[in-house]
Unconditional design. Structure first.
Length: 402
């Protein structure tokens, strides 16, 4: 199919392109800059050597430096594949013992890798940046979780008994703490001031604060909390940040779900047919894998892509322990972990599998990882066959014990 193989080693401002024929002979090597003029030079050089349909280009998927060139090549109808840098590193070690490393050598190594493996590498498919959208949402979710922990710690110091009596992370309580961040400030404002603030907050839509002004004052007068104006300033700052991020994540979630429901409705329906897998998890999972067919008929490749494939370290008489490789996509691995916990709790099939692994002596973590692999095998089958998930029914004994 292809008779011209192009390896591209790219950096911040420049890139090297090595063009080889099907026998591995170097046709030409180019060193170019990251600008439109040099992108067009590369295009011209390629079309002089062969027809577009006979050319395949490979780039390492590293950082963001490759994205502009990748987009240019795809928009000009070239076949492009993104390659994991680990594969290139291992391939280089297999063909050479020398540690010499230059951009030109790297580009040529990528081209030689393409010659041997082009039929096993999936062509890059533009994902409309949905993956970036999902990852931005994940980043904000992590920031929100961190802020919530920090806010609870500050409330413990500044208004401990209020934190014991109320969930301080509801929107109404966060608005209250913005105005009265401590027992000290509650005593300073007084009962009338507290009552006015409570009335203003409780008039808004949402969960009401059930405490009265007198109860808040009673807490403020009988407290072990500290007086620290600087901590109050920090608490207010973190609450404002949390409220802002909560609005941001709502917008991102809405955008992610609407795109997935529009572009991939069947896959969303299949994944959410598994109890314990919600819409957000399904959308994030699909954004990370992009296309199930890129794994070329093997659930093992999907498991490896998630970094959940088992490896063992062994030497001579030393018997190593099994562990997961963690070489794959960490974002995908995190969402699979969350999905697995949901399915263990919500479905009989995955609950039984998890319990069986625990009965075999596995720790909780190892049993969840084993169940994650089981879940990926099931998802791989469902997506490839356009089939909805059907859970098994619990046995009479299981119903009695539950």
């Amino acid at each position: 199919m292809f008779n011209t193989f192009v390896g591209i080693d790219i950096s911040l401002n420049s890139f090297n392109a090595s063009i080889l024929d099907e026998k591995g002979n170097i046709i030409t090597c180019l060193k170019l800059n990251q600008n439109l003029k040099d992108f067009q030079k590369l295009q011209s050089a390629l079309t002089k050597v062969a027809k577009r349909n006979d050319i395949i280009l490979g780039l390492e998927s590293s950082s963001n430096y490759h994205i502009n060139l990748l987009s240019f090549l795809i928009s000009n109808n070239f076949t492009v594949v993104l390659i994991n840098p680990i594969l290139i590193s291992n391939f280089h070690k297999s063909i050479s013992l020398r540690k010499t490393k230059t951009d030109k050598i790297d580009a040529t190594t990528i081209a030689r890798f393409l010659i041997k493996n082009h039929d096993r590498i999936h062509q890059f498919i533009p994902d409309d940046s949905i993956k970036l959208l999902a990852r931005e949402r994940e980043t904000i979710a992590q920031e929100i979780a961190k802020l919530k922990t920090q806010i609870k710690q500050l409330v413990f110091n500044l208004f401990k008994e209020l934190g014991d009596a109320q969930n301080v992370l509801t929107k109404s309580m966060l608005e209250f703490l913005l105005q009265i961040p401590s027992a000290r400030s509650a005593r300073e404002i007084g009962i009338e001031g507290i009552e006015n603030i409570l009335n203003d907050i409780n008039r808004k839509r949402g969960r009401k604060i059930k405490l009265t002004a007198h109860q808040v004052m009673e807490i403020a007068r009988n407290t072990i909390s500290i007086n620290d104006v600087n901590r109050e300033i920090i608490l207010r700052s973190r609450i404002r940040r949390l409220l802002y991020l909560q609005e941001e994540i709502e917008d991102l979630t809405s955008s992610l779900l609407s795109k997935m429901q529009f572009f991939r409705p069947i896959e969303m329906e299949i994944l959410t047919s598994i109890k314990g897998v919600g819409e957000i998890s399904a959308a994030t999972f699909l954004a990370e894998i992009q296309d199930i067919h890129r794994f070329m008929g093997s659930h093992k490749k999907l498991i490896a892509y998630a970094g959940l494939d088992p490896i063992i370290l062994q030497s001579g008489k030393f018997k190593g322990k099994f562990r997961i490789s963690k070489r794959g996509n960490p974002h995908l691995r995190r969402i699979i972990w969350s999905m697995t916990l949901g399915t263990i709790f919500s479905t009989q099939r995955f609950k039984n599998y998890y319990q069986r692994k625990r009965a075999q002596g596995m720790s909780h973590k190892k049993a969840v990882i084993a169940t994650s692999n089981k879940l990926l095998r099931v998802i791989f089958f469902l997506l490839n066959s356009d089939t909805l998930f059907h859970d098994i029914h619990p046995s009479p004994l299981q119903i009695i014990h539950s």
